[in-house]
Design a protein around this ligand. Structure first.
Ligand SMILES: [Zn+2]
Length: 305
């Protein structure tokens, strides 16, 4: 009996340890990316002492404007086509450890090509874009008008995917926004989302509020594991998946009415009914944790879309 008790206690400890370490493992898989209000980005961002010293000694490489380069037309609508002709002026900061290098220039060129490949009505919401040439930053961060992107230690494919994921956040928060006084159940940090924000319709498909999924939500209602983090990551992951992995999105949506509704929402409200094929053949429609790590045919995206 006592032996059984000891065995039970030992088993209980083992279970608790497994749960604890399992959770830690799960947490370590989470991409270190969150949305921050601008103030927090500027003041509370963790930076090592070395990085702070480097910034103090070598302030931002001068702010430049990206030239307006509306070469590619994604959307057929006349209104949107006209919008593409408007100037896109983005304050671009490049923060490098040391002097600007070919790596910086490569990253900058890639970012500019990506912005050019997307409809201006979406990218025009980006006012500030900061590129970091250091591994000490998370891969990407954004809010309604600002994007930060780490250029170091990422393949070109990943960099472009992360940028598009971040543009998804900017579209969600800066492009689809409401102006009413009634606050919805959704808040992004200190940002209150009004009920007339179009995105609320998207959030409500799977979410009760900013933290809790709806009771009926299931794994198949999301494009990735990371999309299940909160309504805003759900939007950004779905945005990225729609644009770069369209065929797979449609395939997965066959298994879930909710996912189909998310696809239809993006089609109607964001992409002006334009649909896309996956850029890699042979994808199986398998769900992944993070859509920005999926392979893409980068050249095809940058040249054809
Ligand atoms: Zn995100």
């Amino acid at each position: 009996m006592r032996k059984n008790l000891i065995t039970s206690i030992a088993l209980l400890f083992l279970t608790l340890a497994a749960v604890f370490f399992g959770r830690n493992l799960a947490q370590s898989l989470v991409v270190t990316e969150k949305l921050y209000p601008v103030e927090e980005v500027k003041i509370a961002r963790p930076a090592s002492e070395i990085f702070k010293t480097m910034l103090a000694a070598n302030p931002f490489i001068p702010v430049r404007n990206l030239p307006a380069v509306p070469k590619v037309s994604l959307l057929s609508s006349d209104v949107l086509a006209a919008e593409k002709l408007t100037q896109r002026a983005i304050n671009l900061k490049v923060i490098a450890e040391g002097n600007e290098t070919t790596a910086t220039q490569h990253c900058e060129a890639l970012v500019e090509k990506t912005l050019t490949a997307l409809p201006t009505n979406l990218t025009s919401k980006i006012k500030d874009l900061t590129l970091y040439l250091t591994e000490r930053k998370s891969r990407g961060m954004s809010n309604s008008h600002l994007i930060e992107l780490r250029c170091a230690d990422m393949s070109d494919e990943e960099l472009v995917s992360v940028l598009i994921h971040e543009i998804g956040h900017t579209v969600d928060l800066g492009y689809l926004h409401g102006s009413g006084n009634i606050v919805s159940d959704f808040t992004d940090g200190s940002l209150l989302i009004p009920t007339d924000d179009v995105s609320v319709e998207f959030y409500q498909l799977s979410w009760k509020n900013s933290e809790k999924q709806r009771f009926i939500a299931s794994r198949t209602d999301f494009v990735s594991g990371y999309a299940m983090s909160d309504p805003f990551e759900d939007f950004a992951e779905s945005f990225n998946f729609y644009l770069l992995h369209g065929s797979d999105f449609r395939l997965l949506a066959k298994e879930s009415e909710t996912l189909q509704a998310k696809y239809d929402f993006l089609k109607e409200n964001v992409f002006a009914r334009k649909e896309f094929s996956s850029l890699v053949t042979g994808e199986s429609g398998k769900r992944v944790w993070d859509t920005t790590l999926l392979p893409i045919a980068l050249q095809a995206f940058l040249q054809e879309s």
